[in-house]
Design a binder for this molecule. Structure first.
Ligand code: PLP
Length: 358
């Protein structure tokens, strides 16, 4: 037999790792800097690392208490109830729970183009269909209510990304509010704030507190440096509280993930240093790179370089791994993650050398 018809499904193509690239080029891993996956250049919170070590001895138990503790801690943080916090295996896992809770077979969702590949993937896994709204380079990928509402046609879920990956633009809260108000009562607006810590706009969680049709996605993968652990969550409307228990995988986040998440939330110093380094690197890249860049509120900068695939390939040979945005439909742009100061300086220099040689 065969699985169901998966021909409309895309595969998630992750940025290539250092080991993989080093092997391909016959070089040593320590000759490379990876600025391709928006990971935290400072590494994980040391407090989280200590918690992971400490909890290794108790992983034979199901994570009942830690799961509850983390949901409670986050509920406190966001001033919502623990039932509104849907913990998951990464932000991606939380996207799955939202799709699972919202979609009937054949329901449509509306996603940004360019945009994060997992929204359409998750919708299709849950027997949904996908429509797109375009963000335009001509207005620097501005995300206004108008942009979204003019494409909206009664979809069951509308995805907003703020800050947006890969462009770095944000959605103002008044636009989120207007989109929620002007779409149907039965439309859920998902505001993906995977990069929220790096932005100078407030979280849309304040809108979740007031409405029954907005959810916010957050993750420990970016600002907290825990991408490998797979921990994220959605903050959902109070009215949705009992849906989580009906759609989640039992113990959706592991004992280690929950304990590390709890520790990371107490490590203000690590987050503050991360945010400060990112702000520095964004500004540095915008100033130092001799090519057009887009204003970013994420931990990355989109740079217009001409032939993105060729430039990314040339950078790789110089030891800098960046994201070629061709797969996002931007074949003249690369996305460069904010590194440490030395990494970021090295990247800017390499980009300028490659561009000068072309
Ligand atoms: C990184 C990212 C996520 C979530 O990633 P996880 O590692 O699954 O938490 C969600 N949305 C966007 C736009 C991202 O870039």
């Amino acid at each position: 037999m065969q699985p169901r018809d998966l021909s409309a499904h895309d595969e998630y193509v992750a940025g290539r790792g250092i080991e993989e690239v080093a092997r391909e080029l016959g070089r040593e891993p320590d000759e490379f800097v990876k600025l391709a996956s928006n990971e935290n250049a400072l590494g994980p919170s040391p407090a989280a690392v200590a918690a992971i070590r400490e909890r290794a001895e108790t992983v034979h138990s199901y994570p009942k208490a830690s799961h509850a503790d983390l949901a409670e801690r986050l509920a406190d943080e966001w001033d919502v109830t623990p039932e509104q916090v849907w913990l998951a295996n990464g932000g991606d896992g939380a996207l799955d729970y939202l799709a699972r809770a919202a979609l009937d077979p054949g329901d449509a969702v509306l996603v940004p183009e360019p945009g994060f590949a997992y929204y359409p993937m998750s919708a299709r896994y849950h027997h949904g269909t996908v429509r797109k709204y375009d963000l335009s380079k001509d207005d620097e990928f501005a995300q206004t209510a108008e942009t979204v509402l003019s494409a909206y046609d009664g979809e069951r879920i509308v995805y907003l990304t703020s800050p947006h990956n890969p462009t770095g633009s944000v959605v103002a809260l008044e636009d989120v509010e207007r989109i929620a108000a002007e779409t149907d009562e039965e439309t859920l607006v998902v505001v993906d704030e995977a990069y929220g810590e790096f932005a100078d706009v407030d979280s849309a969680v304040e809108i979740v507190r007031e409405r029954d049709d907005v959810a916010v996605l957050r993750t420990f993968s970016k600002a907290y440096g825990l991408a490998g652990l797979r921990l994220g969550y959605a903050v959902t409307p109070a009215e949705w509280a009992d849906a989580y228990a009906r759609v989640n995988t039992p113990f959706a986040a592991s004992e280690i993930a929950c304990r590390a998440g709890l520790a990371a939330l107490e490590d203000d110093e690590h987050v503050a240093e991360t945010i400060e380094t990112v702000a520095w690197a964004r500004e540095y890249l915008a100033d130092a790179v001799e090519a057009p860049t887009y204003d970013s509120q994420g931990n990355f900068v989109l740079i217009e370089v001409g032939d993105a695939s060729a430039v990314a390939e040339a950078l790789k040979r110089k030891g800098i791994i960046v994201r070629d945005c061709t797969s996002f439909g931007l074949d003249d742009c690369i996305r460069v993650t904010c590194g440490t100061k030395p990494e970021t300086r090295q990247a800017a220099e390499a980009i300028n050398e490659v561009l000068a040689d072309r």
